[in-house]
Write a protein that binds this ligand. Structure first.
Ligand code: DQA
Length: 145
């Protein structure tokens, strides 16, 4: 099984960025942990982070036909991007939406997601552990047969 981990804008700043909301782990820490978890589960994991909407869309298009499932934290694009939503719909790859913080306990503009209603599942508020929980669920959620 091949899984693509996608992280949106400002997540390259994890560790330095508002640690009281997003924790102290860096993105490199998170990706290293997930890569180890994936290999123990016999899953191949690719990772891509971008601050640019177009680059994330292009990476999703490139996943068509060669990725079984996507774990995505769209970050601020969660609340703004019809284009990223349409990209995920266009490739018909199932995905899990992850947020480090509990977006529902924050500003009203973070309560709406352009992704949640088309996601296989949503994990919010568990910090970096949310990615590990998503990968754990992925085996069943993204099973192809
Ligand atoms: C976030 C929540 C978003 O509202 C915010 O814009 C982010 C990170 C999270 O992981 O908690 O950049 O997706």
């Amino acid at each position: 099984m091949k899984i693509l981990l996608l992280n949106g804008p400002n997540l390259n700043m994890l560790g330095k960025r508002e640690p009281e909301k997003y924790g102290h782990a860096t993105l490199a820490d998170i990706v290293a942990g997930l890569t180890a978890q994936a290999s123990a589960m016999n899953i191949s994991l690719e990772h891509f982070q971008s601050n640019a909407e177009a680059d994330l869309i292009d990476r999703i298009h490139a996943a068509m036909g060669n990725i079984d499932g996507i774990i995505i934290n769209p970050a601020a694009f969660t609340h703004t991007s019809v284009a990223l939503r349409d990209a995920l719909l266009s490739v018909s790859i199932p995905f899990i939406e992850v947020h480090l913080s509990n977006v529902h306990a924050r500003e009203a503009f973070r309560h709406h997601s352009y992704f949640s209603d088309i996601a296989a599942g949503v994990i919010v508020g568990f910090g970096a552990k949310g990615y590990a929980l998503a990968l754990d669920a992925a085996v069943d959620i993204f099973a192809t047969n």
